[in-house]
Ligand binder design. Sequence first.
Ligand SMILES: CC(C)(COP(=O)(O)OP(=O)(O)OC[C@H]1O[C@@H](n2cnc3c(N)ncnc32)[C@H](O)[C@@H]1OP(=O)(O)O)[C@@H](O)C(=O)NCCC(=O)NCCS
Length: 183
Amino acid sequence: MTFDPELRLETERLTLRPFAVDDVEAHIAMMSDAKMAKFLTDDGKVRSYGDEWRAAASYLGHWHIRGFGFFTVEEKATSEWVGRVGPWMPGGWPGLECGWSICSKHWGKGYAPEAAIATIKWTFEKFPELERIISIIDPSNRNSQAVAAKIGEARTDETFDYSPNLKLDIWAAERKAWLARFG
Ligand SMILES: CC(C)(COP(=O)(O)OP(=O)(O)OC[C@H]1O[C@@H](n2cnc3c(N)ncnc32)[C@H](O)[C@@H]1OP(=O)(O)O)[C@@H](O)C(=O)NCCC(=O)NCCS
Protein backbone atom coordinates (compact mmCIF):
# COMPACT_ATOMS: atom_id res chain seq x y z
CA MET A 1 0.00 0.00 0.00
CA THR A 2 1.18 3.52 -0.64
CA PHE A 3 0.87 6.50 1.63
CA ASP A 4 2.12 10.06 1.61
CA PRO A 5 4.87 10.46 4.21
CA GLU A 6 4.30 14.24 4.01
CA LEU A 7 0.70 13.83 5.23
CA ARG A 8 -0.06 16.25 8.07
CA LEU A 9 -3.15 16.61 10.27
CA GLU A 10 -3.54 19.78 12.32
CA THR A 11 -5.57 20.27 15.47
CA GLU A 12 -5.74 23.34 17.65
CA ARG A 13 -2.62 22.39 19.66
CA LEU A 14 -1.09 19.46 17.80
CA THR A 15 0.52 18.40 14.54
CA LEU A 16 0.16 14.77 13.48
CA ARG A 17 2.24 12.96 10.88
CA PRO A 18 2.82 9.33 9.87
CA PHE A 19 5.14 7.49 12.27
CA ALA A 20 8.60 7.69 10.68
CA VAL A 21 12.14 6.40 11.07
CA ASP A 22 13.09 9.47 13.11
CA ASP A 23 10.38 8.61 15.68
CA VAL A 24 11.84 5.25 16.69
CA GLU A 25 14.13 6.48 19.49
CA ALA A 26 11.54 8.94 20.85
CA HIS A 27 9.02 6.12 21.01
CA ILE A 28 11.46 3.83 22.82
CA ALA A 29 12.18 6.64 25.30
CA MET A 30 8.43 7.09 25.94
CA MET A 31 8.06 3.36 26.59
CA SER A 32 10.96 3.24 29.07
CA ASP A 33 8.57 4.87 31.60
CA ALA A 34 6.89 2.32 33.90
CA LYS A 35 3.66 4.36 33.87
CA MET A 36 3.43 3.85 30.11
CA ALA A 37 4.17 0.14 30.18
CA LYS A 38 1.48 -0.69 32.74
CA PHE A 39 -1.25 -1.24 30.15
CA LEU A 40 0.79 -1.60 26.98
CA THR A 41 2.95 -4.65 27.49
CA ASP A 42 2.04 -8.29 28.08
CA ASP A 43 3.19 -8.31 31.70
CA GLY A 44 2.73 -4.60 32.43
CA LYS A 45 6.49 -4.10 32.78
CA VAL A 46 8.91 -2.00 30.73
CA ARG A 47 10.20 -4.01 27.78
CA SER A 48 13.84 -4.24 26.71
CA TYR A 49 15.33 -1.79 24.23
CA GLY A 50 15.33 -4.58 21.62
CA ASP A 51 11.68 -5.47 22.15
CA GLU A 52 10.71 -1.80 21.87
CA TRP A 53 12.85 -1.36 18.76
CA ARG A 54 10.96 -4.22 17.11
CA ALA A 55 7.62 -2.77 18.23
CA ALA A 56 8.54 0.57 16.67
CA ALA A 57 9.53 -1.25 13.47
CA SER A 58 6.04 -2.73 13.36
CA TYR A 59 4.51 0.79 13.58
CA LEU A 60 6.62 1.85 10.61
CA GLY A 61 5.84 -1.32 8.68
CA HIS A 62 2.13 -1.00 9.36
CA TRP A 63 1.99 2.18 7.22
CA HIS A 64 3.62 0.32 4.34
CA ILE A 65 1.43 -2.77 4.62
CA ARG A 66 -1.90 -1.06 5.30
CA GLY A 67 -1.45 2.50 3.98
CA PHE A 68 -2.38 3.88 7.40
CA GLY A 69 -1.09 3.61 10.94
CA PHE A 70 -0.13 5.46 14.09
CA PHE A 71 0.49 9.17 13.78
CA THR A 72 3.30 10.82 15.67
CA VAL A 73 1.89 13.63 17.80
CA GLU A 74 3.83 16.87 18.24
CA GLU A 75 2.95 19.86 20.36
CA LYS A 76 2.67 22.90 18.10
CA ALA A 77 3.81 25.39 20.73
CA THR A 78 7.12 23.60 21.44
CA SER A 79 7.56 21.08 18.55
CA GLU A 80 7.97 18.53 21.34
CA TRP A 81 7.34 14.83 20.58
CA VAL A 82 4.38 13.91 22.79
CA GLY A 83 3.15 10.50 21.66
CA ARG A 84 1.47 8.36 19.05
CA VAL A 85 -2.22 8.12 18.24
CA GLY A 86 -4.25 6.73 15.38
CA PRO A 87 -5.61 3.86 13.33
CA TRP A 88 -4.05 0.44 13.74
CA MET A 89 -5.09 -2.99 12.54
CA PRO A 90 -2.28 -5.53 12.60
CA GLY A 91 -3.01 -9.06 11.39
CA GLY A 92 -5.32 -10.94 13.76
CA TRP A 93 -6.84 -7.75 15.21
CA PRO A 94 -10.61 -7.80 15.83
CA GLY A 95 -11.27 -4.57 13.87
CA LEU A 96 -9.84 -1.24 12.88
CA GLU A 97 -8.68 0.32 16.12
CA CYS A 98 -7.85 3.85 17.14
CA GLY A 99 -5.05 3.59 19.71
CA TRP A 100 -3.40 6.26 21.88
CA SER A 101 -0.31 6.73 24.00
CA ILE A 102 0.91 10.09 25.29
CA CYS A 103 4.17 10.69 27.24
CA SER A 104 3.28 10.83 30.92
CA LYS A 105 4.59 14.39 31.40
CA HIS A 106 1.79 15.52 29.07
CA TRP A 107 -1.09 13.54 30.61
CA GLY A 108 -4.19 15.45 31.55
CA LYS A 109 -3.98 18.09 28.81
CA GLY A 110 -6.56 16.37 26.63
CA TYR A 111 -3.99 15.61 23.92
CA ALA A 112 -5.08 11.98 23.40
CA PRO A 113 -8.74 12.84 22.66
CA GLU A 114 -7.76 15.85 20.54
CA ALA A 115 -5.45 13.72 18.39
CA ALA A 116 -7.82 10.74 18.31
CA ILE A 117 -10.71 12.79 16.97
CA ALA A 118 -8.53 14.10 14.12
CA THR A 119 -7.27 10.63 13.20
CA ILE A 120 -10.71 9.00 13.37
CA LYS A 121 -12.11 11.70 11.09
CA TRP A 122 -9.23 11.05 8.67
CA THR A 123 -9.83 7.28 8.87
CA PHE A 124 -13.58 7.50 8.18
CA GLU A 125 -12.84 9.77 5.19
CA LYS A 126 -10.17 7.41 3.86
CA PHE A 127 -12.38 4.32 4.22
CA PRO A 128 -15.96 5.26 3.21
CA GLU A 129 -17.09 1.64 3.75
CA LEU A 130 -15.82 1.50 7.32
CA GLU A 131 -18.87 1.25 9.60
CA ARG A 132 -17.21 1.39 12.98
CA ILE A 133 -13.96 2.07 14.73
CA ILE A 134 -12.90 0.28 17.89
CA SER A 135 -10.51 0.72 20.78
CA ILE A 136 -9.15 -2.23 22.73
CA ILE A 137 -8.80 -1.31 26.39
CA ASP A 138 -7.77 -3.08 29.59
CA PRO A 139 -10.78 -3.20 31.96
CA SER A 140 -8.73 -1.40 34.64
CA ASN A 141 -7.25 1.31 32.39
CA ARG A 142 -9.37 4.21 33.63
CA ASN A 143 -7.39 6.89 31.78
CA SER A 144 -7.91 5.17 28.46
CA GLN A 145 -11.59 4.56 29.19
CA ALA A 146 -11.94 8.30 29.86
CA VAL A 147 -10.42 9.06 26.45
CA ALA A 148 -12.72 6.56 24.71
CA ALA A 149 -15.78 8.13 26.34
CA LYS A 150 -14.66 11.66 25.39
CA ILE A 151 -14.28 10.69 21.74
CA GLY A 152 -17.72 9.13 21.50
CA GLU A 153 -16.89 5.45 21.96
CA ALA A 154 -18.93 3.16 24.23
CA ARG A 155 -17.93 -0.12 25.79
CA THR A 156 -19.41 -3.13 23.96
CA ASP A 157 -19.96 -6.61 25.37
CA GLU A 158 -17.19 -7.90 23.09
CA THR A 159 -13.73 -8.78 24.34
CA PHE A 160 -10.39 -9.59 22.72
CA ASP A 161 -8.00 -12.27 23.98
CA TYR A 162 -4.82 -10.25 23.54
CA SER A 163 -2.73 -13.02 25.11
CA PRO A 164 -3.59 -16.22 27.04
CA ASN A 165 -3.89 -14.29 30.32
CA LEU A 166 -5.14 -10.94 29.07
CA LYS A 167 -8.73 -10.34 28.00
CA LEU A 168 -9.37 -6.76 26.89
CA ASP A 169 -12.61 -4.83 26.41
CA ILE A 170 -13.68 -3.62 22.99
CA TRP A 171 -15.05 -0.08 22.84
CA ALA A 172 -16.59 1.17 19.61
CA ALA A 173 -18.09 4.11 17.75
CA GLU A 174 -20.44 3.73 14.80
CA ARG A 175 -19.64 5.79 11.73
CA LYS A 176 -22.95 7.63 11.29
CA ALA A 177 -23.38 8.68 14.90
CA TRP A 178 -19.71 9.59 15.25
CA LEU A 179 -19.66 11.81 12.16
CA ALA A 180 -22.89 13.51 13.26
CA ARG A 181 -21.13 14.50 16.49
CA PHE A 182 -17.52 15.11 15.43
CA GLY A 183 -17.46 15.21 11.61
C1 LIG B 1 -4.60 6.98 28.19
C2 LIG B 1 -3.77 8.22 27.80
C3 LIG B 1 -3.41 8.13 26.32
C4 LIG B 1 -4.61 9.48 28.04
O1 LIG B 1 -3.95 10.60 27.46
P1 LIG B 1 -4.24 12.12 27.91
O2 LIG B 1 -3.74 12.98 26.83
O3 LIG B 1 -3.71 12.33 29.29
O4 LIG B 1 -5.85 12.15 27.98
P2 LIG B 1 -6.76 13.14 28.85
O5 LIG B 1 -6.03 14.40 29.13
O6 LIG B 1 -8.06 13.19 28.17
O7 LIG B 1 -6.90 12.38 30.24
C5 LIG B 1 -7.59 11.13 30.31
C6 LIG B 1 -7.75 10.73 31.76
O8 LIG B 1 -6.48 10.49 32.34
C7 LIG B 1 -6.52 10.84 33.75
N1 LIG B 1 -5.44 11.77 34.02
C8 LIG B 1 -5.35 13.05 33.64
N2 LIG B 1 -4.19 13.59 34.05
C9 LIG B 1 -3.54 12.63 34.69
C10 LIG B 1 -2.29 12.59 35.34
N3 LIG B 1 -1.48 13.66 35.37
N4 LIG B 1 -1.89 11.41 35.88
C11 LIG B 1 -2.69 10.34 35.83
N5 LIG B 1 -3.89 10.34 35.20
C12 LIG B 1 -4.31 11.47 34.66
C13 LIG B 1 -7.87 11.43 34.02
O9 LIG B 1 -8.69 10.40 34.55
C14 LIG B 1 -8.36 11.80 32.64
O10 LIG B 1 -9.77 11.74 32.53
P3 LIG B 1 -10.65 13.05 32.90
O11 LIG B 1 -10.16 14.15 32.00
O12 LIG B 1 -12.04 12.60 32.61
O13 LIG B 1 -10.38 13.36 34.34
C15 LIG B 1 -2.48 8.30 28.66
O14 LIG B 1 -2.85 8.23 30.01
C16 LIG B 1 -1.47 7.22 28.32
O15 LIG B 1 -0.70 7.33 27.37
N6 LIG B 1 -1.47 6.13 29.13
C17 LIG B 1 -0.48 5.06 28.96
C18 LIG B 1 -0.68 4.28 27.67
C19 LIG B 1 -2.07 3.72 27.55
O16 LIG B 1 -2.66 3.22 28.52
N7 LIG B 1 -2.61 3.78 26.33
C20 LIG B 1 -3.92 3.27 26.02
C21 LIG B 1 -3.93 1.81 25.80
S1 LIG B 1 -5.60 1.26 25.49
